[in-house]
Design a protein around this ligand. Structure first.
Ligand code: GLC
Length: 639
């Protein structure tokens, strides 16, 4: 049983707020102590654990009353984040409707579409020029003026709570900007703050690190260290040269970051997105990703947050190999005690592979290879986000299919990045590293799925198939189990936005091509239009409603892959007692058939022809074969 479950059981008793806090602390203390001393040995750090034990009650007492009440309510009501009622959207506030006030005005739009979980991209202070879209933070808590004020944020979170909308914000836990107060003091020569980062007098140690550290942005920010003339020292900068990696071997950094984390949740944040958490611990001789110490540190943050603010949960932003992602839910005694939610980056990347190859073998093989997740944890399922698409497949699985991993990746880059005439995709190559041949892909979902090319070339057939693909991929994320998350604009098939190329602070970062402005003009005329945008919007709106109306979509760890014998088909079943949902998708551009007898065997025809929730029609059972049109998705219902 994980710690959250224990807290739930214990919180049923009649106890006041403070007693509940003391009880949670007592329940988590053994784990807190263990994780803490695993990182900061007891002999040298007794005074730091004392500081931590003083800090926790202080943070609890400072937590707003309304949120403390909400914490208890959530504790008692089960895992809200696994509900079928959740539907997410990710957006840049300034690209959506100007600022936080503007965003509040759009609550009716979210309701209309059915969205009730929002991930706002960073809104805190950042450097004036390049800032990695706010992922270079000048402050963890102060709202950047361009979005409004702290009051605006509090008003927004209050309005969200009233309207049943959950809020996710980033906690950029791995690095600060070079303008953050600690970095500024470090630059002035303050030794204490130089110790908050990995700083070195010369390149001896950095050179050791470089032997095994990969490069995140090899085109724009090669290497992992930057020389800072003001302090005459090198600092570790794994991402961009203006993002300084925090040194968590220093317990003071942990204590200060824990305070920042709790204060962030005190503003009404329900889900904290732990940004780039795979990178939290560095060690010479390793790639410094996914290290056991990073897991201990995350679990330590989690266990402390749970004591102070048990209603807030953590999302792992670990875009790493499939078998490494599930580890962020915690293993062994940390099982269920790290992050409650993780991005299903594997599913995302595999779906793009299946679109390009029109085949689903790698998808099946890889999903079967991923260890199962703890039952109290869940995925965020998505097809696009603000970042690039990395081709993080397991090489040995590609090889098992008889393909050469290197050539296969090259094919995918060619397919998506406009190097093949026949490909409908209009993506862009991102961070191509000639040293390794690795590259990633940018582009909006619609452009990658052919809509941009179809509109440009006025190709009606391509237009139809791209709309079908868009709906099918989103449909899979809605049915897969977890929180579906759509990138703002994808609900109307927004195309690539090339305007970033004219902005000096953005043109070096091709990810801006898939961060378009929300097109309110198109949205205002959706009702009276027979356009691809309108078709996509209404189809998604309908699928969202279906999801919300049926508890079989909730994540009860109730997903099973189904093997149809046809390599173009992807199928899985969700079951809950007598109820069942069978999803069948055709990834091919031609109609495909499957033997209908296995569908019958699963019990879908026992009460007559099953209903396909997507088309609202019954599926005939006269033939031995079930036919799916190109990019058709069936949601068959068993009740
Ligand atoms: C995460 C964000 C990405 C950012 C990076 C560094 O991966 O999603 O946009 O560049 O962290 O903060």
């Amino acid at each position: 049983m994980n710690q959250a479950k224990l807290h739930r059981l214990l919180s049923q008793k009649e106890k006041n707020d403070r007693e509940q806090f003391d009880q949670r602390l007592a329940t988590n203390l053994t784990l807190i102590q263990k994780q803490f001393f695993s990182l900061y040995p007891e002999e040298q750090h007794e005074k730091h654990i004392q500081k931590l034990l003083k800090l926790l009650p202080k943070l609890f007492l400072e937590r707003p009353e309304a949120l403390r009440k909400q914490d208890l309510k959530r504790l008692q009501s089960g895992n809200w984040y696994q509900s079928e009622k959740l539907m997410g959207m990710q957006l840049y506030v300034e690209h959506f409707n100007k600022d936080l006030k503007g965003l509040k005005e759009k609550i009716p739009y979210f309701k209309k579409l059915g969205v009730n979980f929002l991930h706002l991209m960073p809104i805190t202070k950042r450097p004036a020029g390049e800032s990695d879209g706010g992922y270079a933070v000048n402050s963890y808590l102060e709202v950047d003026r361009k979005y409004g004020s702290k009051e605006d944020l509090l008003e927004l979170t209050t309005a969200f709570r009233k309207n049943g909308i959950y809020l996710m914000l980033d906690f950029v836990v791995n690095h600060t900007s070079n303008e953050f107060s600690w970095a500024k003091k470090a630059k002035k020569g303050d030794k204490k703050y130089q110790g908050y980062y990995y700083t070195y007098e010369d390149l001896t140690i950095p050179a050791e690190f470089e032997k095994t550290l990969p490069e995140v942005f090899p085109e724009t920010s090669p290497g992992n260290f930057t020389y800072i003339p003001e302090m005459e020292k090198w600092v570790m900068t794994v991402f961009n040269s203006y993002q300084w990696d925090l040194n968590y071997t220093n317990p003071q950094v942990f204590l200060e970051m824990l305070t920042n984390l709790v204060k962030l949740t005190d503003m009404g944040v329900d889900v904290v997105r732990f940004d780039a958490l795979a990178f939290l611990w560095k060690k010479i001789g390793t790639i410094s990703q996914n290290l056991p110490e990073a897991h201990n540190l995350i679990s330590l943050f989690r266990m402390c947050l749970q004591v102070v603010a048990p209603g807030s949960i953590l999302l792992a932003e670990a875009i790493v190999a499939p078998t490494d992602i599930v580890k962020y839910f915690g293993e062994e005694e940390k099982k269920g005690n790290e992050c409650e939610v993780a991005y299903n980056a594997s599913l995302m990347a595999l779906l793009w592979n299946s679109i390009a190859t029109k085949k689903t073998q790698l998808l099946y093989k890889s999903l079967m290879h991923v260890p199962s997740k703890p039952k109290d944890c869940t995925w965020i399922n998505y097809i696009r986000c603000h970042d690039d698409i990395g081709l993080g497949y397991e090489n040995h699985l590609i090889q098992e299919l008889g393909w050469n991993p290197e050539m296969h990746r090259k094919f995918l880059l060619d397919y998506y990045c406009q190097r093949l005439d026949w490909s409908p995709a209009m993506g862009m190559l991102f961070m191509y590293n000639p040293k390794t041949g690795d590259g990633r892909i940018t582009g909006s979902a619609a452009s990658l799925l052919g809509l941009e090319k179809a509109i440009k070339t006025k190709d009606e057939d391509l237009l139809e198939s791209s709309v079908r693909k868009i709906i099918m991929l989103h449909g899979i994320t809605l049915a897969f189990g977890g929180i579906p998350l759509i990138y703002a604009g994808d609900e109307i098939g927004t195309l690539n936005d090339y305007s970033f190329q004219n902005d000096v602070s953005k043109k070096g970062d091709g990810r801006w091509v898939n961060r378009p402005m929300q097109d309110w003009e198109t949205i205002s005329s959706l009702a009276n239009q027979d356009s691809p945008q309108s078709t996509i919007f209404h189809a998604l709106q309908q699928l969202i409603q279906i999801r919300k109306g049926n508890s079989v979509f909730a994540d009860h760890n109730n997903l099973q892959l189904c093997h149809t014998g046809n390599d173009h088909i992807f199928s899985f079943e969700r079951t809950q007692g007598q109820n069942g949902l069978l999803v069948i998708c055709n990834f091919d551009e031609n109609p495909q058939v499957i033997d209908s007898s296995w569908v019958k065997k699963l019990g879908y025809f026992s009460k007559g022809e099953p209903l396909d929730l997507v088309s609202g029609e019954k599926v005939g059972m006269n033939s031995a074969l079930l036919e799916l049109m190109p990019y058709q998705m069936l949601w068959l219902m068993k009740s």
